[in-house]
Design a protein around this ligand. Structure first.
Ligand code: FES
Length: 558
């Protein structure tokens, strides 16, 4: 609820700032346009509803900002959040005098705060105020944009619209500042006319000296309350920390063997941060992104239950029952946890993900292919030619695999690994793998004839196909994270590919995979082989010429 209120009040304030800046931008047209636009602006915000929405939001937003500052167990945070916090704290000191003079000056002393007297003040009489206003504009806008970005980046479509929003985020303040400058230039021109300044001041009923003192005192009082609130919040944090450190502590153990002792009341995420352990937290610990999630390895049973909000987020990503959000979990006893995402996780990782991406035991079909005689070929070529050739080869193979419904997975040296049936199931996967094998060989033959002048002999390839249980998931680190599979089935498929050399054939398919593909391989030589590191023999069929393989039945053919 608190987060929602903070968001809504933030949105009201951002709307106010957007309309204000748009009004400034009218200075690019003329001073008269600025003043005309201001009538609309005031109609929107200087009525009882607009006034309550604006100043109510300002108070509540500021109060909740201090509350979240108090709640933070430590001040380590991502740079963007730190920038938002610092800019947020700078806003009131820069804003107060301007707000008091325009709004209270209008209410108390009838000051007609049009752009004319204000720009006269900022560009001629008190230039330092003008600089402050320009700085305030940039800080307020940036603070709001960061808030919007932190909120929206967890939405699935954000990446698509983000470039357009970024353009707006730059365009609006730039136009506003240019309008502010153009309006100022026009006022300076007018001010050159004798008597114009006095006339403008009188026409606007600008506050006299005594009235100005009253307004300045009011602004000072507001700033005093602001400074006291910030100081009190920081003091309250210190007192709470001192109190927490004297209470009992809990120990949290991490997968690398480190054990961190944290005061009771710390969340798991705060514990990680306090110990400098990198821990993903895209939403900054607000319980929205799910990237901080951890598996509870020990101590799960006696944990406090997850709140309804935490459950919603965990359900969204299909988390297992022993998974909790580190930012929401405040353990009351010792725990062992395993963070499930790398510290570099992005907002995208917080969206619902299919099981096969987060790790799942699954029956699939695995294909391995290897180019024959490539080492000899590469010895005769320049490095540039080798890279060019391999990239062409991988492109051809990838296209064949993808068109058949598979996932090209690993390219090592001149070898290719591909997964089939990850989404469609092992039966479909096996028939897709056989289709892919045929296309790959056709692609290779086409490459051979195209590069016949440079190749001493036609290119040849050996393919191994096997199906069975594997563990499928995104594995690796950072940029090198990709979907892959591990397990006995992968090992066997790789060994079958090796055996194509021994049996002098284009492809070796396990009988299990052929059966699942629904193809009759009874006419091909059968062998029972025991592959390395495996005791169980595997029944295989050696296919010398893949084109001689019977056509697949209609219900499995693509
Ligand atoms: S940090 Fe985003 S849900 Fe925990």
């Amino acid at each position: 609820m608190i987060r929602r209120v903070r968001l809504v009040t933030g949105l009201v304030l951002f709307t106010y700032v957007s309309t204000h800046l748009t009004n400034h931008a009218l200075g690019l047209v003329s001073l008269a346009a600025m003043n005309a636009g201001r009538e609309w602006f005031l109609w929107l915000w200087r009525n009882p509803v607009g006034t309550i929405a604006l100043y109510g939001s300002l108070l509540v937003h500021f109060g909740l900002g201090l509350w979240s500052l108090y709640l933070r167990r430590n001040l380590r945070m991502p740079a963007l959040e730190a920038l938002q916090l610092v800019f947020g704290l700078c806003i009131l000191p820069l804003l107060t005098l301007h707000a008091v003079v325009t709004r209270l000056g209008f209410e108390w002393f009838g000051f007609d705060d049009t752009y004319t007297p204000l720009l006269l003040n900022y560009w001629k009489l008190h230039i330092d105020f003008g600089v402050r206003q320009a700085l305030l504009l940039v800080l307020v806008w940036t603070h709001g944009c960061i808030g919007l970005h932190l909120w929206l980046r967890l939405k699935p479509d954000y990446a698509r619209v983000a470039p357009w929003l970024a353009v707006l985020a730059v365009l609006v303040p730039v136009l506003a500042l240019l309008g502010f400058a153009d309006g100022g230039r026009e006022v300076l021109r007018l001010a050159e006319q004798p008597g114009w300044i006095q006339q403008a001041i009188a026409a606007a009923h600008s506050p006299n000296a005594a009235e100005r003192v009253a307004l300045e005192r009011t602004a000072e009082a507001i700033l005093l309350v602001f400074a006291a609130s910030v100081m009190l919040t920081l003091l309250a944090r210190l007192l709470r920390q001192a109190y927490e450190h004297r209470r009992s502590a809990v120990r949290i153990r991490y997968p690398d063997g480190r054990t961190v002792v944290a005061p009771l009341g710390y969340s798991v995420l705060e514990t990680s941060r306090s110990a400098g352990i990198p821990h993903a937290s895209v939403c900054g610990g607000r319980g929205r992104c799910s990237t901080c999630r951890v598996r509870i390895v020990r101590g799960f049973k006696s944990l406090p239950p997850a709140s309804a909000e935490e459950l919603v987020v965990l359900k969204r990503v299909g988390a297992a029952p022993d998974v909790r959000l580190a930012c929401q979990l405040r353990p009351s006893h010792d725990l062992s946890v395993t963070p499930l995402l790398p510290a570099t996780a992005t907002a995208r990782d917080g969206f619902a993900q299919p099981d096969y991406l987060v790790g799942k035991e699954q029956e699939i079909c695995v294909l391995f292919a290897d180019l024959r005689g490539f080492t000899r070929l590469s010895e005769r070529k320049m490095p540039y030619d080798v890279v060019f050739f391999l990239n062409r080869y991988f492109e051809t193979m990838s296209r064949a695999i993808e068109q058949a419904g598979g996932i090209p997975n690993q390219f090592t040296g001149d070898g290719v690994m591909a997964l089939f049936g990850v989404k469609s199931g092992p039966e479909r996967g096996c028939s897709d793998a056989v289709s892919a094998a045929k296309s790959m060989l056709r692609g290779l033959a086409a490459m051979s004839s195209e590069l016949a002048g440079e190749l001493g002999e036609p290119l040849r390839m050996g393919i191994g196909i096997h199906a069975g249980p594997t563990i499928v998931g995104r594995m690796g680190h950072g940029e090198a994270m990709y979907l892959t599979a591990v397990g006995d089935t992968v090992h066997v498929a790789s060994r079958l590919q090796d055996l194509t050399k021994l049996y002098q054939c284009q492809m070796i398919i396990s009988e299990a995979a052929a059966q699942r593909a629904g193809i009759d391989v009874s006419g091909f030589p059968r062998h029972e082989v025991t592959v390395r590191n495996r005791t169980e023999p595997v029944a295989i069929r050696a296919i010398e010429d893949l084109e001689s393989l019977p056509t697949m039945p209609e219900h499995v053919a693509r």
